[in-house]
Design a protein around this ligand. Structure first.
Ligand code: ATP
Length: 249
């Protein structure tokens, strides 16, 4: 049986003055799946991610974590509950070591009081799970972008994330690097972690995605099974039927 880790129920977000970024958006992310979020510029992807990560409060609607309603007041609280967001910029401090970065942003009171040995062990376990070939003592600025990406994923794991949100991880990676990140994602998903993955690229979605939810104009248009859905159906969902007919003429 598949379990929904996260349920987004009819979430709306209005910004002043009168900008509707999201309107009654809904989706569910299951344990052990890569759920992609697809949409054109301005469709509302970032707004939805930020709501799920506790950075924005929704104007309306609700979120459920493991089937229970949650109200998220901050990213730190979301992280404590197991929702971890990896922004495109990764939010690492380049001058600090990998291990120091792994514990940056940890909510006080969760792992804040663990001793040096526990920290080491937790860091080593997380780095092993992402297949890191670099040392915890390495300074982040000496790592490749792909290894920085792995460090960011490892940081989510040190926080015991059950859902990891990845905002366009491919933006700064070449093909080989992206493949190494995909290998890690596949392994984490096998272990039951849920991934919410944002990308504009259909090829990428085909390679890594299980299901995809398309957002257009702030609304969730549909959730598709990636394997059984053709590109044309996805493109039509992204840009709208009328427009795609016009563009085909
Ligand atoms: P992109 O792919 O370009 O990042 P997106 O799908 O992530 O786009 P959002 O950034 O969520 O889209 O934006 C959705 C809408 O909400 C846009 O019209 C945007 O201008 C608006 N918007 C987003 N953040 C704010 C804000 N802080 N204040 C006002 N309007 C906002």
């Amino acid at each position: 049986m598949t379990t929904d880790v996260l349920t987004v129920q009819q979430v709306s977000k209005k910004f002043l003055p009168n900008i509707i970024a999201l309107e009654s958006a809904s989706l569910n992310v299951r344990a052990g799946e890569v759920h992609c979020l697809l949409g054109a510029n301005g469709a509302g992807k970032s707004t939805l991610l930020k709501i799920i990560a506790g950075a924005f409060r929704p104007t309306d609607g609700s979120l459920l974590l493991d089937g229970k309603p949650v109200e998220l007041h901050s990213p730190a609280q979301a992280a404590r509950l197991g929702i971890s967001m990896i922004y495109q910029e990764l939010d690492l401090v380049p001058q600090l070591t990998v291990e120091q970065n792994l514990f940056l942003g940890h909510a006080p009171g969760r792992f804040g009081l663990i001793n040096h040995r526990e920290r080491r062990e937790r860091a080593a376990a997380a780095l092993k799970r992402v297949g890191a070939h670099f040392k915890p003592e390495a300074r982040v600025e000496t790592l490749s972008v792909a290894n920085q990406q792995l460090t960011a994923i490892a940081r989510s794991l040190t926080m015991d994330a059950k859902i990891i949100i990845m905002d366009e991880p491919s933006a700064s990676l070449n093909e080989t690097e992206l493949e190494s990140v995909f290998r890690v994602i596949r392994e984490l998903v096998r272990q039951g972690v849920a991934i919410l993955y944002v990308s504009h690229r259909l090829g990428e979605l085909r390679e890594i995605g299980d299901r995809v939810t398309v957002l257009r104009g702030g609304r969730t248009i549909e959730t598709f099974d990636v394997k059984s859905t053709g590109d044309s159906a996805l493109v039509e969902a992204i840009i709208g039927k009328q427009r795609s007919l016009i563009e085909r003429k």
